[in-house]
Design a protein around this ligand. Sequence first.
Ligand SMILES: [Fe+2]
Ligand SMILES: [Fe+2]
Length: 527
Amino acid sequence: MYLRQNVQVEPLVDQWYAWPHLLSPATAARNITERHMKIMDSYISAPQIHANAVKNPKMLAGPFTDHDGKRVNEIKALRDRIKQERAHMFELSKAFQALEDYLRTKAKGYSLQPLYPGIPAILRGYVELVYDLNNHPSYKLVEALLYKSKYYDRSAQSVMLSLTASDDRPFVLSTPRLPDDRSLHVQAPFCHDSVDQLFQLKSVSREFKEIKEILGMNGNGKQDELLRSFLTEEPPKPYKPYTGTGVRWRYFGHACILIETGGTSIMFDPMLSYTYESNISRYTYNDLPDCIDYVLITHNHQDHILFETLLQIRHKVKHIIVPRNSGGFLQDPSLELMLKNAGFKQVLSLDIMQEVPINNGTIVGLPFFGEHSDLSIGTKLAYLIRTKKHSLMFAADSCNIEPKLYAHLHREIGDVDALFLGMECDGAPLTWLYGPLLTQRIERAMDESRRLAGSNYEQAISMVNELNCKEVYVYAMGQEPWLNYISSLKYTETSRPIVDSNRLLETCRDRGIPGERLFGEREILMD
Ligand SMILES: [Fe+2]
Ligand SMILES: [Fe+2]
């Protein structure tokens, strides 16, 4: 039997959706205390407010739990269990608060050496104290050792399987997953072989008995029945790889694009729809090659690095390339460590202007400015795919805050044949994503001014000009309805990202530069 193509898989950490900041130990500690606890406390005391808020489109992606206001006792039990079992994570979170308060009051530009004994005990040995050149104190985490400690607990990881038949799915980052009759909860750390064996079942069949063994199920009855409903005898349709001499690229939605050239396959920011009937046609898990040579991650935002998809395709992926981080800042966890600790084998960190040779060409890491609320974050790269005949640039949410960058870049890489650029130019304020990491309140006006915003019209057209782009594609706009559970963006014709991207495409058209805003599904062949 095969696993059905519409089995949905939610990776969880203590029943909360496993997004990247919930995997790296330090950011997880802060998110448990500053996000999850607050949401659960608020739901327990006023469930109806949550039930109403999730129905209000203006509150989409807000801190509200989508459980109809009716599951207070279960949320209470979950909260109490987490408080008890993850007490050490609460201590870790508190220690970051204490360390930052300590540095704010004691580190005044003189040697930091005498301050080491006063570091919160549980952080000693895990942090090095540093100044920047203007005597602003900070600290660098030894993240690799934190992953080896009790603060990275694989036993909290699990996957929840259920059948899905539509794009309708609640926003996952503010609603913990509770058990129900339609879902099979598999306790398995993400690094476990059984995770790969399970997802191989979408393309390789096994006996029912073996599948039960993979899932560690030894009973009979209801669970068996549920598992059977996830399986089918129907094999998936075979994949036809591209065999031409140029490049074929396919858009899978948002920032997910598959490139095939010279026998090499490259997939950007994997995020796939399951396969079910819909009036919006799309590529899905069912349209993947048997082997993906390179997965490339542009940056550490939850709509670009999605463990739900990554875990399901891991058995097909040869290498994952991620941007190298700036080394130990709380806001900038290492994707290399995160992926390796979650069981991914060939993970490569790439630097700016560093290259990886492929058949027929190279992958080049390019600078990515902005879109991270001016925080010092190194984990972001645009990429150039250069083949013998073509150059394609994937800029993701790069915000062209400094056009000179692209003038310098043009001298190095020359003209770009096809530019792929995100234009989510409104963006959320700093606290929406990074709030739990802050140990000091930030003024509202300051917060609002520091956004997670991509390029607007002026910034995008200047990029097109500097790089002398021959084709322009706007992507990563979060518009596909099957992404609502993670992206939560709903634009109208008057929203700035739509107005600005329309204007960009019109200007390009006037100049004879073909382009479009990608939506749903698209395939282009470059000879
Ligand atoms: Fe982003
Ligand atoms: Fe994005």
